[in-house]
Design a protein around this ligand. Sequence first.
Ligand code: PMP
Length: 465
Amino acid sequence: MTVISPATATAAVTPSAEADVCTPLPVLGRDVRVPLVTGGEVTYAALDYAASAPALQRVWDDVAAYAPYYGSVHRGAGYLSQLSTDLFEQSRATVAEFLGCRPDDEVIFTRSTTDSLNLLASVLPAGTQVYVFDTEHHASLLPWQRAEGAQVTWLAAPRTPEQAVAALDVALHGAPKGPKLVCVTGASNVTGEVWPVRKLAAAAHRHGARIVLDAAQLAPHHPVDIAALDVDWVAFSGHKLYAPFGAGVLAGRPDWLREAEPYLAGGGATRKVARRADGTLDVEWHTSVAARHEAGSPNVIGAYAIAAACRALTEAGFDRLVARERQLLGRLREGLAGIPEVRVLSLFGEHSERVGVLSFVVQGWNSSHFAAALSAEYGIGVRDGLFCAHPLVRTLLDAEPDEPGACGAPDAAPGERALNAIRVSFGAGTPDEHITRFLAAVTTLVRTGAQWTYRTENGRCVPAR
Ligand code: PMP
């Protein structure tokens, strides 16, 4: 095991306890140069962490150190299979510790947050009432209505955290008897605003409901403690947590998971399969929750990478990362506030707690055009659109539900409503310079316009050649 000890693999990039609070963590791609349409090239500024964060160098190094020892999990007699099985199970334990899991909580490795929430939707007891705000990302908005026998109540967008708790309280108060589940995001992938998870969990439990936390955007920016928040499940994705190897996590209460049919039918989920005399199959599924819902060969590299990210963030000092991100966010917000044409989107108002995710529109600009110019002329990568949270963005933009969020729509005339937005997001690997460059680029674009012309191709705005 010594060969893959994280300490030996990554000592060079692990920040020491005395490290400056403002040192970004090393990430892959930090020196990548990209061409500009206007000539020359610049170092790429990755400001789209909310979509997928760059891999931490530390994660990459740990994975590279393990890769030669890679083997099948849970099924091989050989040394490397046993070693990989050990590491896979150790990764589960590391994630459980990172999330502050209770002793009987289970950690299941999935493909992503979307997969985790679909898995949970597939194990809901018959007749479960599900409560979800219509401001959620589609991954937490949509899986429930497909769950057999479940009834979904979509709660209207609250305009303060207090309103969110009160709305849930009212909805649950009038809820019929039987199993109930609340699904809520920890931090919005559109506004970065933090939801009052602990209070929502208290409201849910007061009415006998369970609650699942979509931590896709919270976990990369803030410690998530499942026991302290008193949520029943947490879901997140590795690729947003600096571990882009195709794995995600669902962690929490075992009972619904143990009692339900396996999410996927196949090898690994079964204890015994035999032919009956009548020709049908007698299948005995695993009662161990992880085995039951992880059929097929597990993604051991993905799981190991997530565990490496958990270790890296913990060892770097998550509180220091949070403090640094707050400083960057403060600078970003202050800078944007100085540009009158920019409107920052917010559900909960100016003083709400936020992570490093922020969406805005620019008066007179189509957001797709603006984002394309940031990339082509300044080497800055952001995202534009409706961010897989269509109802929320339309609420924030005050746009009609049936209006298209076309990326290639023409620039809005001054005073006209925007149809989509621009999102800038960052995290543990972002240097101060990226925020400085971003603010300078936004200011120049707003003041002097784009230097290049753009056209629409397959619904996206691209530089005209
Ligand atoms: N929830 C939120 C809040 C998200 O931001 C995302 C990704 N944008 C998801 C869920 C889905 O994550 P994934 O695509 O990794 O399944």
